[in-house]
Design a protein around this ligand. Structure first.
Ligand code: GAR
Length: 208
């Protein structure tokens, strides 16, 4: 099995990128992060990447605010290819990715979403779950398709919603699960155990 070469895209703190980095460093994930890109110039994810000695670049996504399309998308694909990436990891990337990127990496673009999809797609899934009055919330890692948070689901983990939760405390509980779920999904991908059949992701058993 060939080691995964990951291109990570994020807009924020980068704690998921860090969890992937840590899993690689402790030998539990057979992958390497080839490049980290952010649409936010001063995002903490870029600082974390640089601290880990990884190539870290700001991606100019103008003129759009909510999607990756046009020159920014072309530059992103160019850099992913230049750095030899075979897998794209959306780790808190707050833009919609468009078909050009998806077609460049078919079924090799993954996203993590802070809710139990298909409930609460879009932004701040944890807040949506809390406002709705859910008793259970969670995280989903999925392959990205052309919809918004609609792609085939690889892994979900749930957490309880507590009586005294605020959006912040619930998000923190979800993030603990995110940091286990993303490396786990990538481990399955690295082991060649994932296949997409329609809406379903099949997880093959561990080979004997
Ligand atoms: C995570 O909670 C992730 O699930 C969420 O942004 C946060 C990024 O945290 N992603 C989305 O909401 C995507 N729609 P991080 O920058 O610390 O990894």
């Amino acid at each position: 099995m060939q080691k995964l070469r990951l291109g990570v895209l994020g807009s924020g703190a980068g704690s998921n990128m860090q969890s992937i980095c840590d899993a690689i460093a402790d030998g539990s994930l057979d992958a390497e992060i080839a490049i980290v890109m952010s649409d936010v110039k001063d995002a903490k994810i870029l600082d974390r990447a640089r601290a880990a000695g990884l190539p870290a670049m700001w991606l100019d996504c103008s003129p759009w605010k909510t999607k990756l399309e046009g020159p920014g998308e072309d530059e992103c694909i160019r850099l992913l290819r230049e750095y030899g990436c075979d897998t794209v990891v959306l780790a808190g990337f707050m833009r919609i990715v468009k078909p050009k990127l998806l077609q460049a990496f078919p079924w090799r673009v993954l996203n993590i979403h802070p809710a139990l999809l298909p409930s609460f797609p879009g932004t701040a899934g944890w807040r949506q779950a809390l406002d709705y009055g859910c008793k259970v919330a969670g995280v989903t890692v999925h392959f990205v398709d052309s919809g918004t948070d609609t792609g085939p689901i690889i892994i979900q983990r749930s957490v309880p919603v507590m009586e005294d939760d605020t959006p912040e405390t619930l998000h923190a509980r979800i993030q603990v699960q995110e940091h286990a779920a993303y490396p786990e999904a990538l481990r399955l991908l690295a082991a060649g155990r994932l296949s997409v059949e329609g809406r379903r992701v099949r997880i093959a058993p561990v080979p004997e």
